[in-house]
Design a protein. Sequence first.
Length: 281
Amino acid sequence: ENRPIPEPGPNEVLLRMHSVGICGSDVHYWQHGRIGNFVVKDPMVLGHEASGTVVKVGSGVTHLKPGDRVAIEPGVPREMDEFCKTGHYNLSPTIFFCATPPDDGNLCRYYKHSASYCYKLPDNVTFEEGALIEPLSVGIHACKRAGVTLGSKVFVSGSGPIGLVNVLVAKMMGAAAVVITDLSASRLQKAKEVGADFTIQIKNETPQEVASKVESLLGCMPEITVECTGVEACIQAGIYATRSGGTLVLVGLGPDMVTVPIVNAAVREVDIRGIFRYCNT
């Protein structure tokens, strides 16, 4: 770190960073230089899953003081546009977001951030847990968009970190049963540990076969499917698996164009919803 220590503005805080997670997107920018329309053109600091300690506060900041341990919400609106006014600030086209080009992230020693998007950690929450609130928020937003509630039957596709946070959140929101799929036995074991009721290790089943395995384990078709892989065959399985009138939320992102049985979804009134990060979580 040979950059000068930044000075916080009136509504900002200066943080000494403690824990910063490495997201799949960080790795992707580093290895490929772009994600969709977001292209790395200049050197960029990575990191957006983060916690740290306040070392200095701007003149207008009242809810934080030096020494406070905080979690950081990495997306900060730059203007009060129609998306912010309706509560969907994550969709604002001009939002600042850590480690999305051209915005620098917070994988650095000192970092300044909008004070309103820093959240004081209780004493019983570690810095590492504080950093993990960001990926947890993806699960909260996905399960909110899906409408998970008491008694829901939920199918989570993919048992990576984002699949796991969706299992955690779905159970906390009252899901009666969660079934999860993955290629990896060790990942499915971890899913069991965090609360999945059933696991399916995928070998070479067709999407329809996966859907019928989900149904037989749950005893019914799930009202909700949360797709966390972005793989074409998994999205197809998600449509086939979801109960008529249910909801499929697409969390994992793959290629721009995928072939899916859209008519099957349409005639059975399966709602297909996307998510972009999170808001108000």
